[in-house]
Design a protein around this ligand. Structure first.
Ligand code: F6R
Length: 360
């Protein structure tokens, strides 16, 4: 149970830096607001890892879990139709069966000690695939250094999920180096400036009716169900995981058009079984039929939802648009934590599980 009576931001209070700081002992808010700097620093860090151009005709596999895997999925979404080779994200103990010496495997683990990612690193070695590592250290960095595998070094001190910009940029840059996509270096730099404007628009200094605060208050007390489509599908998953880990509550995600073929029917009975809210993540550049579906779907479920929102990406390039809704979701999850009176930082239950598994 949270000590919400003591520290939660109450209805009439503003969601300000000071009120959020009451619950946010490790300044997760500060890490979210620093997203623009993380984008720029990440570019510099990839460059400093001095990697050769490693042409891998079979494409790129990003192996990681949780907050370390999401960067690969966001990078793939940002590359969209510009990806010239397969880009695949694996969140498991193994690599796809088609991995060959012509595949680049990027092993992404913030801690460097995640057992699934370590297993993928070893499988990639056994298969003779090209490897790159992005991490702060741990066993993964040790093994990579011993094997002469390039390491993209990350700064320490974050929750792994707060390093999302680093993981996304690393995946984008490695995709370019291995020939799976174009180099987006200058777009990433422009994205950092664009994101700074959004930080001002949605951050804690923004008015109480600004978008991130409005959405957090709107979904409070419900189970949010986040829907994406195409470019926004992994962003919907990011929202889900950030609400799970920061606000410590259930949240689910799904994608269109698939959800129109099943989940839509489930919404009919939503009020019989609980309190659910809906958030649709639209892309300003989405296929017109997908846009039409999203509008219609929202209209059809709104009456059965505690609250419902349709939010659109902001920006010109695909990377700007991806990062815009990642920022919005990260802010919503921190504001929601503050409204619920829970510390968004530590996730002891995740550690507990890892420790219990290590005993077996
Ligand atoms: C914690 C978090 C988790 C971790 C995951 C894998 O903030 O987001 O989802 O990312 O447990 O650990 P790492 O990232 O260290 O490989």
């Amino acid at each position: 149970m949270s000590d919400s009576a003591v520290t939660a931001v109450q209805g009439a209070e503003p969601l300000s830096r000071a009120t959020i700081a009451r619950v946010d002992g490790s300044d997760q808010l500060g890490d979210v607001l620093a997203l623009p700097e993380h984008l720029r620093d990440a570019l510099w860090r990839v460059e400093s890892a001095i990697m050769q151009d490693w042409d891998t005709p079979a494409g790129l596999v990003v192996a990681g879990m949780g907050g370390s895997a999401i960067g690969g999925a966001l990078a793939r979404a940002a590359l969209g139709d510009h990806a010239s080779r397969p880009i695949f994200v694996t969140r498991a103990y193994g690599l796809p069966p088609w991995t060959t010496p012509e595949t680049m495997v990027l092993c992404a683990s913030y801690s460097g000690d995640t057992e699934e990612t370590l297993a993928c690193y070893e499988s990639a070695g056994a298969l003779g695939a090209k490897r790159t590592v992005v991490t702060t250290g741990g066993r993964l960095a040790e093994m990579a250094r011993a094997d002469g595998v390039p390491v993209i070094p990350l700064p320490g001190g974050f929750q792994p999920r707060a390093a999302v910009a680093y993981m996304t940029v690393a995946a984008l840059e490695v995709a370019a180096l291995c020939g799976a996509g174009p180099r987006l270096t200058s777009e990433i730099d422009v994205t950092a400036s664009h994101t700074e404007q959004l930080v001002a628009e949605w951050g804690p200094e923004a008015p109480e009716d600004s978008l991130a605060k409005e959405v957090a208050r709107g979904v409070l007390g419900s189970v949010p169900v986040i829907a994406g489509a195409g470019l926004t599908t992994p962003i919907a998953y990011r929202w889900k995981t950030q609400i799970n880990e920061n606000a410590k509550q259930p949240c689910f995600s799904n994608e269109l058009p698939e959800l129109d073929h099943n989940e839509l029917a489930g919404w009919k009975g939503a009020q019989d079984v609980g309190r659910f809210s809906a958030v649709f993540l639209d892309d300003s550049d989405a296929h017109p039929r997908v846009k039409a579906r999203m509008e219609l779907t929202e209209r059809m479920i709104a009456g059965n939802a505690a609250a419902s929102f349709r939010l659109e990406t902001r920006g010109q390039t695909s990377i700007e648009r991806v990062i815009s809704l990642v920022l919005l979701g990260d802010l919503v999850s921190i504001y929601l934590a503050a409204l619920r009176g829970v510390d968004p930082g530590p996730v002891p239950v995740l550690e507990e599980l890892k420790d219990a598994l290590a005993q077996q």
